[in-house]
Design a protein around this ligand. Sequence first.
Ligand code: AP5
Ligand code: MG
Length: 219
Amino acid sequence: MDVILLGAPGAGKGTQAKALEEHSGLVHVASGDLFRSALRQGTELGMLAKSYMDRGELVPDGVVIRMIMERIAQADCHRGVIFDGFPRTIDQVAALTVELERQGRDLRYVLFLKVPEEMLLRRIAGRETCKTCGSTYNVYYFPSKRPDVCDECGGRLYQRNDDNMETAQRRLGVYFAQTLPLIDHYRTQGLLREIDGQREITQVTQDMLHVMESNGSHA
Ligand code: AP5
Ligand code: MG
């Protein structure tokens, strides 16, 4: 089965997708991570994406859709995918729906992580990410044991370019304008499940697993 994680910037999509991947065996596919990895490799795609990401704007639909379709066509994704950060626009939803149907895949749930706006900004401001393994920390909620060093792999921690307050506010504006309508779309399809994203990380993971295991009732 496939699962989509929907939620604002800072809602905890990446954190939860990583935990769900460990528990469920599904493959975590994160559009933002794919762009950041392309940028580290110095590809044209990475450079193009950076020009949008640094401004807090969405990368054009055609570019994102092509990248995600290529990723989910790879063999490891046949066992099921957790989508993180995709889809984000109605056109992306349309493209994904067609492709999932074409491949005979089963989109089972859209898990919507609900978090109040002031908490989102604090989470973004405090986020630190490992350059090597991608683990995230938070200077307010759970700092790494040693400053700037990843507990998991010893890699260096950095702050994402788009995690300054000005860009974060813009990302939130884009989210409200372009991504929020997806919630109604998936609710109408009967796929949406709301998850309280304010709770402790492990609790949120448990709530998501509970929904995924129980075939829970519609939100
Ligand atoms: P992307 O990388 O997808 O960023 P985002 O959607 O803005 O989301 P974030 O990664 O900021 O937040 P998250 O929900 O993953 O939170 P996290 O788990 O890290 O996209 C970046 C850019 O790429 C876009 O702006 C756009 O330019 C481009 N892009 C990507 N996809 C695109 C698409 N489909 N179309 C077009 N353009 C696209 O958690 C945040 C912090 O909070 C961390 O420090 C974490 O440790 C902490 N935290 C998490 N959960 C909790 C909790 N329960 N309690 C306390 N702290 C917590
Ligand atoms: Mg993320």
